[in-house]
Write a protein that binds this ligand. Structure first.
Ligand code: TRP
Ligand code: ZN
Length: 885
């Protein structure tokens, strides 16, 4: 907890460190009621900062200092200054050794930052600034050191002792204790430090690198989870191969370890050679994890593995550069997932997520640039903007330079900066130098917040046979800046003729046509491109593959959108045309609802989806994606003022209409797919994901019909599935159905069966918390009393509270403000023991500007109540104060 008002930190104030740490030698003595940390830091004056010897300010929080030595002299109080955030010493020589001993309390660390206990095991989370809660240090990413770590603990309780790098020695100690020493030869910042001690089992494998070195691979878990590691291990080996093939990056240590822990603030952490994962991102097997969970494990294992180069070998100079490693690594993992599964489906999922959640963040009070220029609490900047928009920015560079040019740039980046802590500018410079291009204007994507709008208009000249597209870009004001300069917006496009065939593209200044899809760079506020030799007025397919993270508008008619749904060669844009058609239809219904008129739906949507459903050639996952209506959160994001009830009513009405009109087609496809599922053992691979996704969305529509044969089918699927994907969908369908008795029975039997599996119980909580049926808040309150719920466990909070506030919009935004009050109470409670989770759960309340004035007042009142609730963590303070500013 803070003692003074938290301070804003600015990128423009960056200064290189006064001192450097060449070697770090740590000894941890782990006990049940405290831990002793001895640190020996081999240090020197940073030559880049000149000759003088200023005071050495070591970061340290919540540490009990037991002793401190400078070279061999014991220091006494008076030789140093101690505050609640620093230990200040005065060096007298340019090279020196600092020795400290501190006492800390991992056993009562509920913030899950620094060294803490998860269940019976010790583990660490040091990014971004957690290492200062372990020992006094220069806790900043541009201070890089080698680490030698000795862990001493009771043999019986903690047979496994792990840290970064390679194991070099181990042995017994007195009193039933033992020790192990690990050495990490690669220079790294302290945020990549890790330690694990526990009673763990491991699954082992090996990987042979491209230069024929053998790497030992180990995934450590609690014994009961040893049967849930194979998918993560397969994913790891695929990631290692992919990074060699696509980026030429080889693994560097002799051993790579993953440890699964149940209590973790985020998804996973890329600590050098010793990744620590939320168990939800490691454990997966058919019976207990859904297809989505399998894909998330594959993606997160890849993400953390890829950080070994994009993050660890080349790291960030300061935390403003976070997207340097995160944006790039998300881009890398999304390309990996696209290569392992269906590229188009992966792109659809990523774009739907970005547009729903990152666009909302970029339009709210916490909006910030991909490279922010100030922050109060860095933990608040592990955002969708830094990760997801950051990845889109890297993707645009890839689109502009092409795969080969991008690879040349990444090779130069890794070669030039291996072992360094660098900036986003250094990344861009490598891309520029390797390709001989100038990305000066492009870099505005790093410095300007807000989602650009791109309005497109067309002009066809039937005499001259020319077709012009005019692009007008603008970017809304964000809290940091009102006036924005034009971005470089790569627009990939094609032109379709009346038969749906693509037209060869020739711009006015070109000698001949070449290709049918290409990337135009829009660089000015308004810019026109003219195509020549266009025999008839074409239909443009714009922003193919979502080539830039912008809000594009073009006045398509509904018939044109239906045409694109059928004929566009770009799979992403076929889906996008369907989404735009749905949005138009839904917005019309929202208007009818608001005017109190009876809802009348445009039947063209039914016909468009009927033909999708009947298309046996189309990838089944694409059919499923096209059948999925835009979510309530997305409809909220694109509204000027979101009408919670109208959005819900319009969307539910549309779902019911589709279910009734398409019943036969849905039923046929459901039955065909369920039959295959019944006779096929579970496989975690794209075509099987596709079959189950269509089967499952079909079932959720079918249940809206209320037909008895659908209830019977749902119960059959619930009871007889061999996998969690089908079982959980059946449960969710029952939970959202009117069949109260079957619902209660299914929930009870599911909980009884899976009560000892916390990750499955998370799903059980989520399905209920997300149900839009009336009485949502009451259900959530009751579930918080369930024995499997534990407010100290972030996964449980996310499963119940996160799902309620983030996915159950009709209940959370109840007009009486009860949802807001509930969330504020929870945030106040969480603030007391886990500030990072408190601050993240707060996000839905920061979106108040989107709602009507009554809801705005209620939401702001809750934010104010949080602000006045007492000692706020810097995490919650920053979000609340910016939201109310
Ligand atoms: N670097 C991690 C990742 O993206 C993110 C992370 C894990 C994190 N744990 C954290 C960030 C705790 C802040 C706090 O892979
Ligand atoms: Zn990451």
């Amino acid at each position: 907890m803070r003692t003074e008002q938290p301070q804003m930190i600015y990128l423009k104030d960056y200064q290189a460190p006064e001192y450097l740490i060449d070697e770090t030698h740590l000894t941890f003595e782990l006990f049940e009621d405290h831990t002793l940390v001895h640190a020996q830091l081999v240090m020197r004056r940073n030559p880049a900062r000149g000759a003088g010897l200023p005071a050495l300010e070591l970061d340290g929080q919540q540490l009990e200092l037991l002793s401190v030595k400078l070279d061999d002299a014991d220091l006494v109080p008076g030789d140093y200054q101690l505050t609640d955030s620093h230990l200040v010493l005065q060096p007298t020589t340019a090279q020196f050794v600092v020795d400290t001993s501190v006492k800390i309390h991992p056993e009562s660390n509920t913030a899950l930052e620094g060294l803490y206990k998860s269940g019976g095991m010790f583990c660490t989370q040091c990014e971004a600034e957690g290492f200062r809660k372990i020992t006094y240090y220069l806790d900043r990413p541009d201070v890089m050191s080698t680490f030698t770590t000795t862990v001493v603990a009771e043999q019986h309780r903690y047979p496994i002792l792990l840290s970064n790098g390679n194991p070099i020695a181990s042995g017994p100690d007195e009193d039933g204790r033992h020790w192990a020493t690990w050495e990490d030869p690669f220079m790294k910042p302290a945020y990549l430090f890790a330690l694990v001690a526990g009673d763990l089992w491991c699954v082992e494998d090996t990987f042979t690198t491209m230069t024929d070195r053998t790497v030992a691979l180990r995934i450590y878990v609690e014994p009961e989870n040893i049967d849930k590691c194979q998918h993560a291990m397969n994913s790891l080996k695929k990631s290692m191969r992919w990074d060699e093939e696509v980026y030429g990056r080889e693994y560097d240590l002799d051993i790579f370890m993953i440890v699964a822990v149940n209590d973790f603030n985020m998804g996973a952490m890329e600590n050098k050679g010793l990744n620590i994962f939320n168990s939800s991102c490691v454990l997966a097997r058919a019976e207990t994890a859904t297809d989505a969970a399998h894909q998330r494990v594959e993606a997160v294992v890849a993400h953390e593995y890829f950080h070994n180069w994009s993050g660890n070998r080349v790291t960030c100079r300061d935390w403003f550069q976070l997207s340097l490693k995160e944006g790039f690594t998300v881009f890398r993992d999304s390309e990996f997932s696209a290569d392992m599964n269906s590229r188009t489906v992966k792109r659809i999922e990523d774009v739907a997520f970005l547009r729903t959640h990152q666009f909302a963040e970029d339009a709210g009070p916490m909006a910030h640039a991909v490279r922010p220029d100030s922050f109060i609490e860095i933990s608040n900047f592990y955002t969708l903007t830094v990760y997801e928009k950051g990845s889109e920015v890297v993707r645009m560079i890839h689109t502009l330079l092409g795969a080969e040019g991008f690879r040349k740039g990444s090779d130069l980046y890794f070669e030039r900066h291996d072992g360094q802590a660098v900036t986003c500018d250094d990344f861009i410079k490598a891309m520029e130098d390797a390709n001989g291009v100038d990305l000066t204007q492009f870099k505005r994507w790093y410095s300007q917040a807000g989602t650009p709008r791109l309005a497109v208009s067309e002009q066809y000249d039937a005499v001259l046979k020319t077709y012009s597209l005019t692009f007008a870009q603008s970017c809304p004001a964000t809290p940091d800046k009102v006036e924005k300069l034009p971005f470089v917006i790569p627009v990939e496009l094609g032109l379709l003729n009346a038969q749906g065939a693509e037209i060869p593209l020739q711009l006015a200044d070109e000698a001949a046509a070449s290709g049918t899809t290409r990337v135009l760079s829009v660089t000015e506020s308004e810019q026109t491109f003219t195509f020549v030799g266009v025999a008839e007025k074409p239909l443009p397919s714009l922003l193919r593959g979502f080539s830039a993270p912008v809000k594009l508008s073009f006045a398509y008619s509904r018939d044109q959108l239906m045409f694109l749904m059928q004929h566009d060669t770009d799979g992403f844009n076929r889906w996008e045309a369907g989404q735009q058609l749905s949005v138009q239809v839904l917005q019309e219904l929202i208007g009818q609802h608001q005017r109190g008129e009876p809802l009348v739906m445009d039947q063209r949507l039914v016909e468009a989806l009927r033909s999708v459903l009947g298309n046996q050639q189309l990838d089944q996952a694409m059919v499923a994606e096209m059948l999925s209506l835009p979510g309530e959160a997305y409809l909220t994001e694109i509204s000027e003022v979101a009408d919670v009830e109208a959005i819900h009513a319009a969307r539910e009405f549309t779902r019911k209409q589709l279910a009734d009109s398409l019943f036969d087609g849905l039923w046929t496809r459901y039955q065909a797919n369920r039959e295959i599922s019944r006779v096929t053992p579970y496989v975690a691979a794209a075509e099987h994901f596709a079959r189950r996704s269509l089967q499952n969305i079909a079932l959720s529509y079918l249940m809206l019909s209320g037909q008895p044969q659908v209830l019977a089918a749902t119960l059959e699927q619930f009871e007889h599935s061999d996998n969690m994907t089908e079982r959980l969908t059946a449960l969710a369908v029952l939970v959202n159905s009117p069949f109260a008795e079957d619902k209660a029975k299914a929930l009870a039997s599911f909980a009884e069966h899976f009560k000892d599996n916390p990750l499955v119980m998370d799903q059980w909580f989520s399905v209920q918390a997300a149900s839009g049926l009336p009485g949502g808040l009451q259900r959530v309150r009751e579930l918080m009393q369930h024995p499997a719920f534990n407010i100290k466990n972030p996964n449980k909070v996310r499963a119940l509270v996160g799902a309620f506030a983030g996915q159950n919009l009709i209940n959370f935004h109840a007009a009486d403000g009860s949802g807001y009050r509930f969330l504020a109470d929870l945030v106040i409670e969480l603030n007391g023991f886990n500030p990072q989770i408190a601050s993240r759960q707060l996000a839905p309340l920061t979106r108040w500007r989107k709602y009507d004035s009554a809801r705005q007042a209620l939401m702001k009142a809750e934010l104010e109540r949080i602000r006045n609730s007492g000692e706020l963590s810097s995490d919650v303070f920053e979000v609340v104060s910016k939201s109310l500013a």
